[in-house]
Design a protein. Structure first.
Length: 286
């Protein structure tokens, strides 16, 4: 399966390792039925870690069905969110919307406010994956309004919303995105969330470049690069190298454009990320 089927959400909302803030079901102990649910969750996580998105989706879906039969709504909706994320990364955002919507309906019925925010976050990402940027932005605003302030979930949603604002690109959007991303970064730093901080630094680099400050953008991106190297995160490294190439282009430093572009190309080739490679080809034309 192509590694590019579910390109990391650092550029569309969220990094892979932050998925557990949104989903990540856990099964109660006891009966053989629950043991089967735990087995399906473990299978789904293993497949997800191997980027086998369809296999992960199927396993999470089976876990959700078991929890539904057990009338354990919280575990069911968490498994559904895991399934939705796997579907989105498999390149099936429409199917992901149906799954997230089902989870949202359950969480609304039982009054789980924070889980509703998680469901909405998934719906926003799925909308973004379908090119529905206005809907993604509107849904992310709803999700952030429901999330408890200062939590990992709130930081993820601030990151998402910042990127949706950059996508819209209206007057004032980059400045607002920077506020959100800086807040998310401070929150992640306070918890020692190295991946969250690196992702925020990458996106702050995007935002500062959109603001026209290539020097500050480069500073954020160098910190992101250091973080992703420490984490051995190939997606983060490839995306950061791409953004450094764009910063170098803005500064008319063609030698550094080539250096960063080739580093990004090597990463995207390993990831089998066709969209990333296409962006680099377009960068060559500019």
């Amino acid at each position: 399966m192509s590694r590019s089927a579910g390109r990391a959400c650092r550029s569309a909302g969220l990094s892979v390792a932050l998925v557990c803030v949104i989903g990540c079901a856990s099964a109660p102990v006891d009966s053989p039925t629950r043991a089967e649910a735990r087995q399906q969750l473990a299978s789904g996580r293993s497949a997800y870690a191997q980027r086998e998105w369809k296999g992960a989706s199927a396993a999470f879906g089976r876990a959700a069905l078991i929890f539904a039969a057990l009338d354990e709504s919280s575990a069911e909706t968490a498994a559904l969110r895991d399934q939705g994320e796997a579907l989105r990364r498999a390149g099936e955002p429409g199917a992901a919307v149906a799954v997230y919507q089902r989870a949202l309906e359950i969480d609304q019925r039982v009054g789980q406010t924070q889980d509703q925010a998680r469901d909405l976050a998934g719906l926003a990402r799925s909308a973004a994956a379908q090119g529905q940027s206005a809907l993604a932005l509107e849904t992310a605003v709803q999700a952030l309004a429901q999330a408890n302030a200062g939590t990992p979930l709130a930081a993820v949603l601030q990151n998402d919303l910042g990127l949706y604002l950059l996508t819209r690109g209206e007057s004032g959007d980059p400045a607002r995105a920077i506020e959100l991303l800086a807040s998310a970064s401070a929150s992640n730093q306070s918890r020692g969330d190295a991946l969250g901080v690196a992702s925020n630094e990458l996106n702050l680099g995007r935002a500062e470049l959109a603001q026209g400050d290539s020097g500050l953008a480069a500073s954020h991106l160098e910190r992101a690069l250091e973080g992703f190297r420490s984490l051995q995160d190939p997606e983060g490294l490839a995306e950061t190298q791409e953004m450094l190439a764009r910063v170098s282009l803005a500064e008319h430093n063609l030698e550094q454009v080539r250096v960063h572009r080739e580093q990004a190309r090597a990463g995207y080739q390993w990831l089998e990320d066709r969209a990333g490679l296409q962006r680099l080809d377009h960068l060559e034309i500019q």
